[in-house]
Design a protein around this ligand. Structure first.
Ligand code: SAH
Ligand code: MG
Length: 195
């Protein structure tokens, strides 16, 4: 993998205000992936492919990342980026809305990374659980959403997102088949291991 090219892509994404994974969040996920050595990863929310390319380093030989993105411009950029970095044979991009695509998938994943529309997190969780292997892990980014989720301030214009993020956290905490930790890295990271 061409790391120099990956760093150029990261800089460009930051300059263009594309919400790519934060460094401290990536460090935490990298540790988890090193332990799991995943064969299949599902990512919801590709953007320009930065996180998927970072994760691809931790795949087993022959492993694959399936990633989903609905924004056409970002889809085109991600595809070019995968080729530039030399990881196009490890990453499969599904083009379209994850709400439509997820129900059509019937695969088994070691890791699911949720990093897309916050209002859809409970639905993404249901779909992730349907396809997660035993001992697999579901990782959800932005679950604390700038602190709104844990505050009692409900009048924010993003209240639908906040309500659904709270529901996500409640569900992963209540699910007896999951061991969940909510980490205050980046914008909040929920890590849920399936027993
Ligand atoms: N994981 C990326 C960042 C993703 S940003 C990284 O760290 O590099 C979130 C992305 O999710 C955006 O590009 C947005 O277009 C996409 N997205 C949001 N809701 C979606 C949905 N319902 N289906 C598919 N993509 C979605
Ligand atoms: Mg994110």
């Amino acid at each position: 993998m061409n790391k120099e090219e990956l760093m150029i892509i990261k800089q460009k994404a930051l300059e263009n205000h594309i919400p790519i994974i934060m460094d401290d969040t990536l460090d935490v996920i990298a540790k988890i992936l090193k332990e799991i050595k995943p064969n299949k990863i599902l990512e919801i929310g590709t953007a320009v492919g930065y996180s998927a390319m970072c994760f691809s380093e931790y795949l087993q030989d022959g492993g694959i990342i399936d990633t989903i993105e609905r924004d056409e411009e970002r889809i085109e950029e991600a595809k070019q980026n995968f080729i530039k970095v030399g990881v196009h044979n490890k990453i499969h991009l599904y083009e379209g809305d994850a709400v439509d695509i997820l129900p059509t998938l019937d695969e088994e994943y070691d890791v699911v990374f949720i990093d897309a529309a916050k209002g859809k997190y409970p639905f993404f969780l249901e779909q992730a659980l349907r396809m997660l292997k035993d001992k697999g892990v579901i990782i959800a980014d932005n679950v604390l959403y700038k602190g709104y989720v844990m505050s009692d301030y409900n009048k924010h214009k993003q209240r639908t997102a906040v309500r659904n993020l709270r529901e996500y956290i409640a569900r992963v905490n209540e699910d007896a088949n999951l061991d969940t930790e909510i980490l205050e890295v980046g914008d909040g990271l929920a890590v849920s291991y399936k027993k």
